[in-house]
Design a protein around this ligand. Structure first.
Ligand SMILES: N[C@@H](CCC[C@H](N)C(=O)O)C(=O)O
Length: 273
């Protein structure tokens, strides 16, 4: 079967996007398809595969599978790509709603990119400032779910940062299933003036990605809880900036949105079995 796809990215967090509104590709097959097509240097290569599928109560469903074949319940950068794709393909209007396993998302195509309303985030589920010993090091971390699980670790601004050492640390943290039963994305955050610099080691990718939308939100919210920043928070990822807006609508409840770029890189056709 010949499958048309678009290659897209949000700040370099890259995705293969397919129009599967007619369900011509069985959704149950997405995990194995993602493992094949996302393999860098052997296939198209990407951090994940997004299948745009029908929805009962929204314009479409974003079905996002990580490069290792696991389901991502939510993805901030992927959500912006899915929204732009659906708009360009005539699947959804400029202001749209789409469903994800983490709930419905509202999105708007703006002159500056795409804005995603992530709904409400309860601060009651935030694990604040805990210590753990990983590979002989004492690590202070915060943990919260922004559709997907995120661990946030602050690094001193001046700390030398060996990516190899952070990779080893991230793999060990992700493997701590007792503490993180669904594994976790791991965000390393530094504060520079009034903006955050975040580097995310992603669950389901097994590597640092160039940007993580939900990781940007997690980093911004935790930095705000620590009194380091005020919204809107500019989060510099290696691949570009995500702007995180939030407002406390009642005690311990935030309304959160994410703004940033989404772009088409190229289109293609791939033969699948
Ligand atoms: N890059 C994403 C997050 C994707 C999901 C993650 N890999 C997971 O499975 O937890 C983002 O932009 O939010």
């Amino acid at each position: 079967m010949e499958l048309k796809f678009s290659k897209m990215n949000g700040n370099g967090n890259d995705f293969i996007v397919i129009n599967n509104m007619d369900l011509s590709v069985d959704p149950a097959y997405m995990g194995s398809l993602a493992r094949q097509l996302c393999k860098r240097r052997f296939s198209i290569g990407a951090d994940g595969l997004i299948s745009i599928e029908p929805s009962k109560d929204a314009h479409f469903t974003m079905h996002l599978v990580n490069s290792d074949g696991s389901l991502a319940e939510m993805c901030g950068n992927g959500a912006r790509c899915a929204a732009l794709y659906a708009f360009k393909m005539g699947i959804a209007p400029r202001n749209m709603t789409f469903s994800t396993p983490a709930g419905n998302i509202e999105a708007s195509i703006t002159p500056n990119g795409v804005s995603i309303s992530m709904g409400r985030l309860s601060l009651e589920g935030v694990t604040q400032e805990q210590s753990m010993t990983v590979e002989g090091q004492n690590i202070v971390y915060w943990h919260l779910t922004v559709g997907v699980p995120h661990t946030v670790i602050f690094l001193p601004t001046s700390a030398p940062q060996s990516k190899e050492a952070l990779r080893e640390l991230s793999i060990a943290i992700q493997g701590d299933i007792k503490r993180f039963p669904h594994s976790t994305n791991v965000n390393y955050v530094k504060l520079y003036k009034d903006s955050l610099h975040t580097l995310t080691f992603e669950r389901g990718v097994g590597d640092f990605t160039l940007s993580c939308g939900t990781g940007s939100i997690a980093s911004a919210v935790v930095a705000w809880l620590r009194g380091m920043v005020k919204p809107p928070v500019k989060v510099q990822n290696p691949g570009g900036v995500n702007l995180v807006h939030f407002k406390e609508i009642q005690k311990n409840l935030l309304k959160v949105s994410l703004e940033g770029p989404a772009e088409f890189s190229f289109e293609g056709v791939v033969t699948i079995e």
